[in-house]
Design a protein around this ligand. Structure first.
Ligand code: HEM
Length: 177
């Protein structure tokens, strides 16, 4: 197997499992070592991580809109591939892990996982993480010139993180139930 195919072959499912394991271990370590008095700091970094994650989740499908219309093999298409891969690996993936780890600490240590708003929020964050998985798979398909979805599809996908974000922020700030 060549180095390139080994790199690409690092199976998406095992990568996702590894990411979940890292998230769970980091959350447990923080839970044990960070006292409750760290609450404002953890919340501040949670919000910073959320901003970075959402910036990427809103920008990536925008790139797909333009990439879908670029000719395969063209300079534009190859440039989009680099931009998409870097955005996913350098910003979106680490920001999602940090959001989950710090969010779980807050939910566990400060709220003991109690509250309808918190359960509903976590459900919406699961959906958002599912969209994240869908976009990661699309980055791989675009990288291999296998995207078969039109720009219109990516324009619509672009709206989903926005809608989920609105619901999540209202739930955590207003806490309606
Ligand atoms: C990964 C799962 C997540 C969990 C378990 C979680 C949990 C929490 C908890 C328990 C708080 C503290 C609430 C308070 O102090 O009143 C919080 C704050 C916050 N979260 Fe999350 N969160 C998660 C992901 C997200 C996401 C994806 C977003 C936005 C898209 C988000 C946006 C916020 C905001 C804006 C605050 C500050 C709210 C305030 O201070 O009034 N969180 N989160």
């Amino acid at each position: 197997m060549t180095q390139e195919s080994e790199r690409r072959g690092a199976r998406p499912a095992s990568r996702a499992i590894a990411a979940l394991a890292v998230t769970a271990v980091l959350a447990a370590v923080l839970f044990v070592y960070l006292p409750e008095s760290a609450y404002p700091w953890v919340k501040a970094f949670h919000i910073i991580a959320v901003i970075a994650w959402m910036a990427g989740m809103l920008y990536l499908p925008r790139l797909f809109v333009y990439h879908a219309d670029a000719d395969r093999g063209s300079i534009q298409s190859e440039t989009f591939k680099v931009m998409e891969r870097r955005l996913l690996r350098a910003i979106i993936n680490p920001a999602m892990t940090a959001t989950w780890v710090l969010g779980l600490w807050l939910a566990w240590k400060v709220f003991a996982f109690q509250g309808g708003w918190l359960h509903a929020k976590i459900a919406l964050v699961f959906l958002l993480s599912g969209v994240h998985g869908y976009l990661s798979a699309a980055v791989r398909r675009f990288a291999e010139d296998r995207n078969d979805k039109p720009a219109r599809h990516w324009r619509m996908v672009n709206e989903i993180p926005t809608l989920l974000m609105i619901g999540i922020v209202i739930l955590v700030v207003v806490k309606p139930f």
